[in-house]
Design a protein around this ligand. Structure first.
Ligand SMILES: [Zn+2]
Length: 275
């Protein structure tokens, strides 16, 4: 299973001026982007499937803000008993959640280079089999609550995997911004460009700068995809997420959008361009 250690950023106390700082980051980001349009923001939480305190806290934050959240579920981790518990925990936020697929069992198959479960080291038949059994398991347990979008573990997958997603009628893929190759036509790409919990900066100070730079760069693109790892969230990380959602709503220039809605609007605008 992926690591659960909080990054350096959340092991230091939060700055006392956090709310003012966030408001400034957002205002400066929009001003620098010169963006007349509004900025769409979506949130995606990974490594879902096992109920626990960190998941409860995550759900509680999004319910309080009435903010939509994509939940990337590892199919092999989910059982009927766990799903029953997750359903109960999320009942208060009906309509906010986009339950979708995160790999098969979150296992690396590459022998060199970056970790991937659906990477080039595996023949397409293996990729297809794991995609199919993952989807079948989630559909069997969740029924129509399941949304056919795919978040590959470690935010990357091969061109063959993308082609399989397209052929199997997935409605979106969600990877890191700038991932290569691009998703094929007809498969909307909901890229994440702000990582809250798996940052690699060695110190809290450098991580704050990195976080601000990434947020403002995301704003400049007109869309901010926020990646969340609740299993790595401590109290400081939870308080920050709460403050960020408050600041986004307070500013007025940001729209918190659900993943299915964003995928559908991308599909429509792509079809419009293609005509
Ligand atoms: Zn993951």
């Amino acid at each position: 299973m992926p690591a659960t250690t909080p990054s350096a950023l959340w092991r230091a106390p939060l700055p006392p001026d956090l709310d003012a700082r966030l408001a400034r980051w957002l205002a400066d980001g929009l001003a620098a982007a010169g963006a007349p349009r509004r900025v769409a923001v979506f949130c995606r939480a990974d490594d879902v499937g096992v109920p626990g305190r960190s998941f409860e806290r995550l759900v509680e934050i999004f319910e309080r803000h009435r903010a939509p959240l994509g939940l990337a579920v590892v199919p092999a981790w989910l059982t009927a008993a766990r799903w029953a518990k997750l359903e109960t925990l999320t009942r208060g936020g009906a309509g906010l959640w986009c339950w979708h697929q995160h790999g098969w069992r979150h296992c690396n198959h590459e022998t060199a280079g970056k970790k991937q479960e659906f990477g080039p080291a595996r023949p397409p038949a293996r990729l297809a089999a794991d995609l199919r059994r993952g989807r079948e398991r989630l559909e069997a347990l969740m029924g129509p609550t399941f949304f056919p979008a795919f978040t590959p573990p470690w935010n990357r997958c091969s061109a063959e995997a993308l082609a399989l997603l397209q052929h199997s009628g997935y409605r979106a893929v969600s990877r890191s911004a700038g991932s290569r190759p691009p998703a094929p036509p007809g498969l909307p790409e909901l890229a994440v460009n702000l990582d809250l919990h798996t940052r690699r900066e060695p110190t809290a100070e450098s991580a704050w700068q990195g976080l601000r730079d990434d947020l403002q760069a995301a704003i400049a693109t007109g869309r901010c995809g926020i990646m969340i790892h609740h299993r790595r969230m401590n109290a400081a990380a939870a308080a920050f997420l709460d403050a960020l959602l408050t600041a986004l709503a307070a500013h007025g220039g940001f729209d918190l959008v659900a993943m299915p809605e964003l995928a559908e609007s991308d599909r429509r605008s792509h079809n419009g361009r293609a005509r």
